[in-house]
Design a protein around this ligand. Structure first.
Ligand code: NAD
Length: 497
């Protein structure tokens, strides 16, 4: 790993011209492990210029050649994915097995992109009018920008760049400045797999870099994943500058538990989905909506399981790692205090728990809070940490209304053994991704990923079929090859005949 993590522009590592640097921590030790250059506008412009220069030749490269580069990337990536897992754990903090899970889900998208020749086939209608055929072309959008969050430093960029590139676009990725090494590792690997220089560029930075991309006249599309206020800002600003934009935001995911559910399965699922990756997942379960009379039993079962969880350095065999920064750790802990102030009961308190690791890491243990009021900020805000809240309701309808009143609509799950109730839920819930006895319903790569309401701005979701449309411009061709005797003047609007 580099000590100063470079940009990757036009197939080479460079630290750029900006003197500004950000600190990259090892969250398990609290120490600064590396620094990252924070790009100036000129550094970003260099990345966009490289992508623009590479666009003509790459978009003209045959589907066969593009596909073979994708397969070569898939093979290298799969062979060396353990290196990437180590990088993720060192900078994000999540435990190695969880890093491997993120990589596996990202790899799925590379594999989907290997089928680009089938996925990008156009349509053809013969003889729509006498002697006239109509067909569609799917041409690359152009230079596309990807701006990604800290919590999945490999998987979220992988949601976008393999498909964008396979479809003939060129890319500038601005990864999170908190854990930027994964992006560079992937860019170097793609070059090794035979990707021409300039097709995939990585530029590190903060708001200045992002704003430069949003306003750049040579950027045609913007794919963003991050918190809701920034997603909204990206959507509005990029659209204002005439770009196609998809902006995925934050979440507050509810698990509705009906009285007929298997409570052992529910308890396992709640612990896995609530505390995996220290709750720093946009699909984490953060609220259990328990339809009475199950809440007491369920809380007891979850509490039992929580007492067995180990928290520590992600390179050891722990269940859960640290949070991303000290500042974020303190913010998450402040919600536990607030819950107490707001009259909720902290059933399991993650503050001050025993750690298998360096005392200076950004630690907070799994926390369970009962009786959270929907008026409390503990309920209303996305906490993005290992804090699971329980809300008790009297009926399915009350639970459904509560979920549908949330400003967020990313993921949700119902636990029940009643197929009819599950079917009602999948129809009635106002959320983009629904699990039925599945706590983290992240769609596979050949479906698309995205939420509703304040969890997503734009109309094309990530990966899957939506990505094919997002990263291409459709062109409809109407064609007639005439007999020489045809022709003549007719100013009327064209009609089929
Ligand atoms: P964030 O919004 O702070 O940052 C995301 C990206 O935006 C980063 O690259 C960052 O550098 C950039 N950025 C931050 N502030 C900016 C500003 N003022 N102007 C322009 N750019 C800015 O998010 P994060 O803390 O890195 O990630 C966690 C958030 O991402 C959570 O809210 C989580 O729910 C969300 N998330 C959503 C999904 C999803 O699919 N909906 C997936 C993963 C994460």
């Amino acid at each position: 790993m580099y000590s100063t993590i470079p940009h990757w522009i036009n197939g080479s590592a460079t630290e750029g011209e900006s003197p500004n640097r950000g600190d990259v921590f090892n969250p398990a030790t609290g120490a600064v492990a590396r620094t990252v250059p924070l790009a100036s506008a000129d550094d970003v412009n260099a990345g966009v210029a490289a992508a623009k220069a590479a666009l003509g030749e790459w978009s003209d490269t045959s589907l066969a050649k593009r596909t073979s580069v994708m397969f070569a990337f898939r093979e290298l990536f799969n062979a060396r994915k353990d290196e990437l897992a180590a990088i993720i754990t060192a900078e994000h903090g999540k435990v190695l097995s969880d890093a491997a899970g993120e990589i596996a889900r990202g790899l799925e998208v590379i594999e989907y992109a290997c089928g680009i020749s089938t996925l990008s086939k156009g349509e053809y209608s013969e003889n729509v009018s006498t002697g006239v055929d109509v067909y569609s072309l799917q041409q690359p959008l152009g230079v596309t920008a990807i701006i990604s969050p800290f919590n999945f430093p490999a998987m979220v960029p992988l949601w976008f760049f393999p498909l964008a590139i396979a479809l003939g676009n060129t890319v500038v990725l601005k990864p999170s400045e908190k854990d930027p090494s994964s992006a560079i590792w992937m860019a170097e690997l793609f070059t090794e797999a035979g990707l021409p220089d300039g097709v995939f560029n990585v530029v590190h930075g903060d708001k200045l870099a992002v704003d430069t991309l949003l306003e750049h006249p040579d950027v045609a599309g913007v794919s963003f994943v991050g918190s809701t206020p920034i997603a909204k800002y990206i959507y509005e600003t990029a659209a204002h500058h005439g770009k196609r934009v998809q902006a995925l935001g934050g979440a507050k995911n509810h698990m509705l538990v009906l009285p007929d559910a298997d409570l052992d399965l529910v308890a396992d699922s709640a612990v896995n989905a609530g505390f995996g990756s220290a709750g720093e997942r946009c699909m984490a379960i953060s609220v259990i909506v328990a339809v009475e009379p199950v809440a007491d039993d369920l809380i007891a079962k979850i509490g039992e399981r929580m007492s067995g969880l180990t928290v520590g350095d992600g390179t050891r065999s722990c269940d859960m790692g640290p949070l991303i920064t000290q500042q974020h750790r303190d913010k998450v802990a402040s919600y536990i205090e607030l819950a107490e102030t707001d009259g909720a009961t902290v059933v399991v308190d993650g503050r001050g728990i025993e750690i298998d690791g360096d005392a200076n890491g950004f630690w907070l243990g799994p926390t369970l809070i009962d009786g959270v009021s929907t008026d409390s900020d503990v309920y209303k805000h996305e906490i993005f940490g290992p804090v699971l809240a329980v809300i008790r309701v009297a009926s399915y309808d009350e639970g459904l209304d509560l979920i549908n009143a949330s400003q967020y609509g990313n993921g949700t799950a119902i636990f029940t053994s009643d197929g009819g109730a599950a079917r009602r839920f999948q129809r009635e819930v106002q959320v983009g991704m629904v699990g039925i006895n599945v706590p983290i319903p992240v769609p596979v790569s050949y479906f698309s990923f995205g939420g509703w309401k304040d969890s997503m701005f734009g109309d094309a979701k990530a990966y899957g079929p939506d990505a094919i449309r997002f990263f291409t411009r459709q062109k409809a061709v109407t064609s007639r090859w005439l007999e020489p005797s045809h022709g003549g003047i007719n100013l009327g609007f064209p009609q089929t005949n």
